[in-house]
Design a binder for this molecule. Structure first.
Ligand code: ME8
Length: 557
């Protein structure tokens, strides 16, 4: 991948674009932070990287939500899109574009894509009848429906057995995409790329579905039923299906269709990874590759699917309303605390239940008790000066120092952890597992705390013995190295807190890239960098508001 990088293809990561039918919640922030971490990781390694997020504004669902508020759809979209933008900004998401499907260049990209499909003879017109879910914006085959009853009104209705959302019978004339023509190519692609969908277990469902359920896809709606969307080129009586419109956003960002022949990759396409929730796997792993194959465009390299945040075991959802407002949560707990909690506890394979109690526990134990405590021990001790420790210990002749066996073993043990840490973290990132990666970093901090407890440098410096002093400096230096390396590796996760950590340690801002995260590579630090507006007394992980006994309303929106 390094060679493609230098040839000019930036790394390119996307989130889903979010429906603007309601305000954002923690689940949306989770997708954003995952993408942001992957992008920042590439930057840390010196690679150019692009990240895209944005809003999905067309379709029946949004049209109805606007009507409910008696607003013009565009005015309604402007308002909610602003909230998602605010979320991206507040969560420190380093996106290169916030796309809206109402953007002019996107509309042109969608129209162009439609022409290409038509040119290939893959669009035909026919009568369509089936069960449509407005909430999911898709048709379901009879086999995937169940009869449900509204607990309040007693009304009996048909619903998707997967999402439990209501469906309605629809008969209309519309355009179809001859997706069945792509069946063999899709199955070949899956066979040749068995690791395409991450985690792997979700790939099986995809293959199974294509083998057993693939049919042609209805890709337009009569304007009587949907007018809020992009018109079918040359047929003003039809609106393009919102999912076709939405998926193409990933190409719009990459500059499609205004590409210089031979240099198409410059805009980032093909995407390195689409990050999506497990609820939209079929759209991204069946419809999307089918559409791309149809017009001979390269497919995204990976689809990273994540599980859901639940609230008391139930999926958090805009329609149900059991949501945590991320802006409120960040305000209360801090931006990086939230990013940490989401990344550490969130599930790629399995759902995770959101809980403020757990958040507070993790904060205290891992951030305050881990990194905060360690950095405090290293820098605020009245017993030593970190700069002096680093300078002395890094040039120490160890053959002159006598180490007890337990201390010797403890040093070797921690050294081995730190020698491996950068590459272990990098491998997890390569496998799109930032959860496993951050857990390794946290474990290194835990090991470092245990190391300091066992070597007890604070006791050694008091004995006035020269050898004891050397041993103390030696072990403090190793602990400082651990924090320097962890601080560098944490930057993609906790951009502000990791920067502060490295400032407190006095690590030169020019020495904070992935290649600097090597044991004993840097001996120039130790003098704290005090940035404007802060003082040395500011703790890295201060007590949470919860600890201060201030009354706050429940965190629900
Ligand atoms: O599906 N836990 O938009 P959407 C974790 N517009 N993540 C969650 C979540 C939860 N409880 N709820 C939502 C759409 N998400 C389409 C996508 S893409 C071309 C079009 C996240 O507003 C998750 O990433 O319903 C999910 O896939 C996305 O929000 C869906 O957001």
């Amino acid at each position: 991948s390094t060679s493609t990088q230098t040839r000019g293809k930036p790394y390119y990561v996307t989130t889903p674009i979010f429906y603007v039918n309601a305000a954002p919640h923690i689940g949306h922030m989770y997708s954003m932070v995952l993408a942001d971490v992957l992008k920042r990781w590439q930057n840390l390694k010196g690679n150019q990287a692009l990240m895209l997020t944005g809003t999905d504004e067309h379709g029946i669902k949004v049209e109805q939500a606007a009507a409910k508020k008696d607003m013009h759809p565009k005015t309604f979209c402007d308002e909610t899109a602003e909230q998602f933008k605010e979320l991206a900004h507040a969560a420190n998401i380093n996106c290169d574009r916030f796309i809206r499907t109402t953007d002019q260049d996107h509309q042109l990209a969608v129209e162009h894509f439609w022409f290409l499909l038509q040119e290939k003879g893959l669009i035909y017109e026919s009568k369509h009848q089936g069960w449509y879910s407005v909430s999911d914006e898709c048709f379901y085959p009879e086999s995937q429906l169940e009869r449900r009853q509204d607990p309040f009104t007693g009304e009996v209705f048909m619903a998707s057995s997967e999402t439990k959302n209501k469906v309605e019978w629809v008969e209309e004339k519309n355009y179809h995409f001859r997706m069945t023509a792509l069946k063999d190519r899709l199955l070949d692609f899956y066979r040749n790329n068995p690791e395409w969908v991450v985690p792997h277990a979700r790939m099986n469902d995809v293959v199974d579905w294509v083998q057993n359920n693939l049919s042609d896809l209805s890709i337009s709606r009569p304007i009587q039923r949907l007018s809020w969307g992009i018109r079918v080129p040359n047929d003003a009586s039809q609106t393009i299906y919102v999912w076709v419109d939405a998926l193409i956003n990933y190409l719009t960002m990459a500059g499609f269709p205004n590409w210089t022949p031979g240099r198409e990759y410059e805009g980032g396409w093909p995407a390195d990874v689409h990050i999506i929730g497990k609820d939209i796997v079929r759209f991204h792993s069946v419809y999307w590759p089918a559409l791309l194959l149809a017009v001979d465009l390269p497919l995204p390299k990976k689809v990273l699917t994540h599980a859901h945040w639940t609230m008391n075991g139930q999926k958090m959802s805009k329609s149900i309303g059991n949501v945590v407002n991320p802006l409120y949560a960040m305000n209360r707990w801090g931006v990086d605390t939230m990013r940490f909690y989401l990344m550490y506890v969130g599930g790629l394979a399995r759902d995770a239940d959101y809980s403020n109690e757990e958040l507070v526990t993790k904060y205290k134990k891992l951030l305050q008790g881990g990194f905060g405590n360690l950095v405090g021990r290293l820098t605020r001790a009245k017993l030593w000066n970190l700069r002096e420790v680093v300078a002395t210990a890094s040039s120490m002749d160890m053959s002159e120092v006598s180490l007890s066996t337990p201390i010797q073993d403890a040093i070797v043990n921690l050294e081995n952890i730190l020698l491996d840490l950068p590459s272990v973290v990098d491998q997890h990132m390569d496998q799109l597992n930032p959860v496993a990666a951050i857990r390794e970093i946290v474990e290194a901090a835990t090991a470092t705390n245990a190391f300091l407890t066992s070597t007890a440098p604070w006791a050694l410096v008091k004995t006035k013995d020269q050898n004891d002093l050397a041993v103390a400096q030696r072990s403090l230096f190793l602990a400082a190295e651990s924090m320097r390396i962890a601080g560098i590796l944490l930057q993609p996760y906790l951009p502000a807190k990791a920067t502060k950590l490295l400032d407190i340690l006095g690590v030169d801002p020019g020495k904070r890239s992935f290649s600097d995260a090597a044991l004993y590579k840097d001996s120039s630090y130790g003098e704290p960098i005090v940035s404007p507006g802060t003082t040395l007394e500011d703790t890295l992980f201060p007590p949470l508001v919860e600890d201060l006994d201030i009354e706050f309303p429940a965190s629900r929106a």
